[in-house]
Design a protein around this ligand. Structure first.
Ligand SMILES: Nc1ncnc2c1ncn2[C@@H]1O[C@H](COP(=O)(O)OP(=O)(O)O)[C@@H](O)[C@H]1O
Ligand SMILES: [Mg+2]
Length: 435
């Protein structure tokens, strides 16, 4: 593909204990991969005011923005607005659109969408400041967390509750610490997998990564708590590691991947995403959450899964850029953005085995492939046209230069002639007057 000006936007770095400010390592990783592909890269730390953001990004003259932003001005729920500004600025950008970022951030809305797509999720209750909602019977143990948060904020051993008193205490803690709605879900006992998915119109699930909790002491609940993710000195961190999942049957792995792919489509993730699932000992697959634009460092779970699926890191970054670059034409031509076709309304997962549903699924796949091929062809034609246009412009410019040169020569000749004439006249006059 052609070489682009790529602006890598990212969160403003926080000061570390030495007072130095360095962006997250991920920025460097992505920037290096882009440079390796010959793109011109400008990393850009997003300021905390909208005007500064717009001017700052525009000053970098981006063909494409690589969006690594997770917050805006310290607010972790405002990454979607950054996406919205980019959309208004008509700059193509990687990853989910603002709607996708919004839907996945709300864990309750996520469940409602998963239900339509026939993907299992833990049953739940919500506790807003003024009302409690539940969809039906739910059983202890429960797991309590903020309904809109990320990065395991508010998730500790105490999130797992087994009675009413501890449930209410934990809900109170979430209200006091984070505000907003507290979510209590049925606790899903079982193994935990991170399923990375890449692509847009026809997304592809990658190798499974398992959260291996076997290093935790037996009385500690096997969950990816805040400490397990971020505090290197804690036993939770030391006892938890992400590994390539090896010991599940291919049938189960395929079901886990299919659920993750469906969840990715349901939440309108784009380009790259990670779906966190739990699988019960009986083999039921529950989606815990969908992460659009997940952490993309070289050593993150997504890169790990890609590598194991035969996509080295630099290639992964290249593919993400290509998915986003393909969308630019829709924008240019004022079309509505292309959406993946999710033709079958799969309310009951058992329906999948019925002949009509099977046929529909097949048709869907065929249609997807055809659409993909057509898109690819169109892309190639457009690229060729672009090149032809570039060459024509170059030739026209050359011609114009030559014409200009000739014109300049003529003008210079005429001017020189006139000057010579005048000089001759003067000389003649002088000779006459002398004579
Ligand atoms: N219903 C649940 N059952 C079992 N474990 C859960 C449940 N919900 C969350 N967890 C545990 O907590 C972790 C973080 O929860 P998650 O909803 O993914 O929050 P975050 O958005 O902060 O990553 C999960 O990776 C999992 O280990
Ligand atoms: Mg998670």
């Amino acid at each position: 593909m052609k070489k682009l000006n790529v602006t890598v936007i990212h969160d403003a770095p926080l000061k570390d204990h030495r007072g130095s400010e360095k962006p997250d390592a991920c920025v460097e990783h992505v920037a290096t991969a882009l440079s390796n592909h010959g793109h011109r890269v400008t990393p850009y730390a997003v300021p905390d005011d909208a005007r500064g953001f717009i001017d700052g990004v525009m000053d970098t003259r981006p063909d494409l923005v690589f969006n690594l932003v997770e917050s805006f001005g310290n607010n972790m729920t405002m990454d979607m607005h950054v996406g919205a500004l980019l959309e208004l600025m008509a700059v193509p950008f990687t990853g989910a659109d603002p709607g996708g970022l919004f839907m996945a951030q709300d864990k309750v809305l996520t469940k409602k969408l998963l239900q339509y797509h026939g993907v299992k999720y833990p049953q739940f209750l919500t506790f807003a400041s003024d009302r409690i909602e539940t969809g039906g019977n739910i059983r202890y143990p429960l797991f309590v967390k903020p309904a809109r948060a990320d990065a395991s904020l508010g998730i500790t051993e105490a999130s797992l509750v087994t009675d009413f008193k501890s449930l209410i205490e934990r809900v109170h803690y979430v209200h006091e610490t984070f505000g907003g709605t507290a979510l209590a879900e049925e606790y899903i006992e079982g193994r935990e997998y991170y399923v990375s998915v890449i692509g847009h119109l026809n997304p592809r699930p990658l190798s499974l990564v398992e959260m291996d909790f076997s290093g935790l002491p037996p009385h500690v609940p096997p969950v990816a708590s805040y400490d397990a993710k971020w505090n290197a000195r804690t036993r939770a961190y030391k006892g938890t590691k992400a590994v390539i999942a090896t010991d599940l049957s291919s049938e189960l792995a395929a079901r886990v991947q299919a659920a993750a792919r469906e969840a990715y489509l349901a939440l309108q993730a784009r380009d790259y995403g990670r779906v966190d699932v739990r699988v019960t000992p009986g083999g039921d697959v529950y989606v815990i959450e969908v992460n659009p634009n997940p952490y993309l460092a070289r050593d993150a779970e997504l890169a790990m899964a890609a590598e194991h699926s035969g996509i080295p890191y630099d290639d992964l970054i290249r593919q993400i850029v290509e998915f986003a670059w393909k969308r630019r034409r829709e924008r240019r031509e004022g079309m509505l953005p292309a959406q993946p076709q999710v033709a079958v309304h799969r309310k009951d997962p058992a329906d999948k085995d019925r002949p009509a549903e099977k046929a529909a699924e097949k048709a869907e796949k065929v249609a997807e492939k055809a659409a993909e091929k057509a898109a690819e062809k169109a892309e190639k034609v457009a690229e060729k046209a672009e090149k032809v246009a570039e060459k024509a412009a170059e030739r026209a410019a050359e011609k114009a230069e030559k014409v200009a040169e000739k014109a300049a020569e003529k003008v210079a000749e005429k001017a020189a002639e006139k000057v010579a004439e005048k000089a001759a006249e003067k000389a003649a006059e002088e000779t006459l007057s002398k004579a």
